[in-house]
Structure formats: structure tokens, C-alpha cells
Design a protein around this ligand. Sequence first.
Ligand SMILES: Cc1cc2nc3c(=O)[nH]c(=O)nc-3n(C[C@H](O)[C@H](O)[C@H](O)COP(=O)(O)OP(=O)(O)OC[C@H]3O[C@@H](n4cnc5c(N)ncnc54)[C@H](O)[C@@H]3O)c2cc1C
Length: 400
Amino acid sequence: MQTFDVMVAGGGSAGIAAALAASRTGARTLLVERSAQLGGTGANALVHTFCGLFHPDVSHPPQWLNPGIPTEIGEHLLTASGRNKPDLMGRVYVLRHEPAEFARLAARLCAAEPALTLRTAADLVSLRRDGDSWRFITSAEGQTTESTARHVVDTTGAAALAALCSPESHVVAEGERLYRPALVCRITGLAGPLDEHAPLQLAATLVRAVRSGDLPAAAMGAGFRQSPVRGDEVFMTLDLEAGGAAWNPLHQAALEAVKQEAHALAGAIWRHLTAHHPLFASSDRIVMPEQLGVRESGRWKGDHVLTAQELRESRRFEDEIALAGWPLEFRETARGPKFVYFDKPEPAGIPARCLRTAEVPGMFFAGKCLSCDHEALASVRVMGTCLATGQAAGRLAAGL
Ligand SMILES: Cc1cc2nc3c(=O)[nH]c(=O)nc-3n(C[C@H](O)[C@H](O)[C@H](O)COP(=O)(O)OP(=O)(O)OC[C@H]3O[C@@H](n4cnc5c(N)ncnc54)[C@H](O)[C@@H]3O)c2cc1C
């Protein structure tokens, strides 16, 4: 039986920041992650653009939005990508990064913290209140370990801990409104980098293939972005309808079925492009991600439910612990994003009450499973904001 001050469940953007923040206060911290590598969706689903790291006013030079770990990680990734400033994409600054570099950086930063214990390739399988602390079981390669912690942080991206210990606090949107999942894959060995005309040319190639019956209509959900570090690699993001109202990312079988379908479609698109697009003719490989990209599943209902209106009005709160600056990026269909910008280019506050509930003392939550409505999630789920709320949850859990 190991005893910790803080246990963080889920090693994605929010969990990494929570574990670093808690352990840097000296709190004995455990980070439990199901995958073999850290990074969550940002690494295992090949998400390659950090959003939400910068102040939303792009009439000024880029300015880091949240101090501490979000800025530290952002600066590392910017340097690793060989750039000295982020990219301006329309009305927002973004940091394009290599997902594997994010995983390596997370591992390095965590290994440098003496108060932090890592359990990767381990699943948190049970959790219960025991007096004034938590008792929980993790499972790795068939072996279970029981431990205790005074405080717990849920950064599972799905509010998995609410499902375990407080089902009434677990919120799940209806299937047809859930933001659509996507498969992001890496395509290597291109003849050269995508130029400014490439996105239109690729879209035209896919439209012709769909019209001629060579590819199914779902191929129109594909978009392409250059790797930030390699001229001969692109990421293909394939947005998926995933069965509309029947889509349920909390069911393993549903996830697996959509993943298999998406793999088959991505493979067919790649083969078509190698035969019909000169840049792809020399492509030698399509690399599938470890995980399907799930944009929304379950989240917590906390003491405050952050709303889209509060974000749009750039509302500030006395108990705010982080700032959100990314526009509402709606993804309720596979036909691409619909952006709704804040009313003015000013960030909004996220109150500490979105990271906890009086119903479950000693529990904090952050990242894409914090307490907000479906519309607000369209903004606060981006990785820069997840780092910021994760950092805050880690500090709260450590008693700061
Ligand atoms: C296709 C797609 C494209 C996106 N594009 C962008 C983008 O361009 N820019 C951007 O900033 N954001 C983007 N996002 C959003 C962003 O990637 C996620 O919202 C964000 O990474 C969520 O971070 P998180 O830490 O809350 O959760 P996650 O990164 O999902 O991490 C949760 C972790 O918890 C682990 N876990 C779950 N249950 C357990 C358990 N029981 N035991 C142990 N571990 C567990 C999981 O394995 C996972 O690693 C995109 C998302 C998707 C799906």
C-alpha cells in the first residue's frame, strides 16, 4: 500500500500540468496513465497544433496567456519546432508541434520531479472515499496495486472518476450533439511540402474520387496539414460522423468499431492520393494513431458550470484560476469547424468552482472534463487551456 498526497488520473495535457504543479509544491504525487506514453490526445491521437496558449488579441504580438506550466511547455515546444514565434492562423495564434516531442517533453519534465511517481500503462479501476482520504486500485499487466491519496484530480478527459464515485455529477451530452471524433494520421515520404495551393488541389482530388465512386462520401471529411518539423510529412485529419445520434465514445465497442472504419477509410484515401496526386506518388507510409481522437465524452458537474455566454462576454471571476482565450470551435458535424469568437478580443476567466464540487470533497477535475456546458467546451477543451486548468487543479489538490 503506497500513500500519496495527490493522485492524478490521466496523463494528457491537463494531467501532466496537474502532476507537475502538485509535485513542485513538494506534495507526494502519483500520476496514473493508461497508455504507455504521456501526452493523452495531444500525443496518442496525433493532435499537432496547440491552441489556447496565447492572448486572443492578435493585433498585438503573441503574448502567453497563462503563466507557469502552460508557458513553460509552450516555450519548449516552440523551440523544438525550430520557430521563434507562433503561427497566425486567421484570427488566432497557434503553436504547431510534433506530437512525439510533446510526449518526450512530458516524460522529461515528470522524471525531473523527485516528488512525482509515474504509473504508465496502468488503469485506474476503482476509487472510494475512506475517512478523509481516497483509496484506489490501479491495474497494470494484470497486476493490481492499492494506494491511498488525500486528494485526487480527474484529468481522464471523460470524467471517469465521476462515473466511479459520483454518477450524479457525471454529465454526458446527447450522441448527436457530441463533438464529432476524428482520426489523425501521419503520411510520410511526400515529394515535398504542401504549398498554398495544395489544400484546394487535394480537396478537388477527393471530390472527383467521391463523384466517380472511387471513394465514399465520408472521404470529404479529410483535411491536410504540413508537419511542423518535416517537409516530407503531412498529418491527415479525417473528421467522422461516427453514426450521429448513436455515437457513444464511452462504450469501448463503439469506439473500436468507429476506429476500424476510420482506419479503412484513411487507408483508401492514402492509396487514392498515391495514385492520383503528384506530391503523394512517392509516399511510403501512412501511420495510424494509437487512439481515435475523441473531442467530447463525459465531464463533471461542479459548483459552477461555465457557459458559452460567460466566455463570449470575457467574464472575469473573483475565484478565477486560469484564462480561456480560444474561440468557440463547434464540431457538431464532420463538415469542418464553425468558429464563434468572443465579443471582444479579451480572455475570459475560469473560476475554481469549475474544478470542484461540494458534493465530493477532496476531488478536483480539469482539462476537457471540467465543469462547463456543451457550448463552452468548444473553447476550453483545447490543449493550452487544458494545461492551464490542469495546473490550477494540481495546485488546489496540493493545498495551495
Ligand atoms: C481530432 C481532434 C483534434 C483536436 N485538435 C486540437 C487542436 O488542434 N488544438 C488543440 O489545442 N486541441 C485540439 N483538440 C482538443 C484536445 O486535443 C483535447 O481536448 C485535449 O488534449 C484534452 O486534454 P485532457 O488532458 O483533458 O485529456 P486527454 O488528452 O484526452 O487525456 C486523458 C488521459 O486520461 C487517460 N485515462 C482515461 N481514463 C483513464 C483511467 N481509468 N486510468 C488511467 N488513465 C486514464 C487517457 O489514456 C488519456 O491519456 C483536438 C481533439 C481531437 C480529438
